[in-house]
Design a protein around this ligand. Structure first.
Ligand code: FES
Length: 74
């Protein structure tokens, strides 16, 4: 998969950006949506975002690689 290919056209978010936010601790579709806005427009990309999130979760059953407290970032 081309990591720079846009997954969410509405909000111009690539697979690479989604994986980055997952590594930073988002770890769920809601987290990805909150910090990238991917999937918050027409919704057409949500299935693909979900597949990326599920694959990441399977590869990292103990949680995200980093644990950034997003609550403090707001
Ligand atoms: S393509 Fe992602 S919300 Fe429309």
């Amino acid at each position: 998969m081309n990591q720079k290919r846009l997954v969410c056209l509405c909000n111009q978010v690539s697979a690479q950006e989604i994986k980055k936010i997952l590594r930073m601790g988002a770890f769920t579709i809601a987290g990805v949506q909150k910090f990238t806005a991917a999937g918050t427009g027409c919704g057409r990309c949500v299935r693909e975002i979900s597949a990326i999130v599920e694959k990441y979760q399977e590869e990292h059953p103990n949680g995200p690689q980093l644990r950034i407290n997003f609550e403090k970032m707001e």
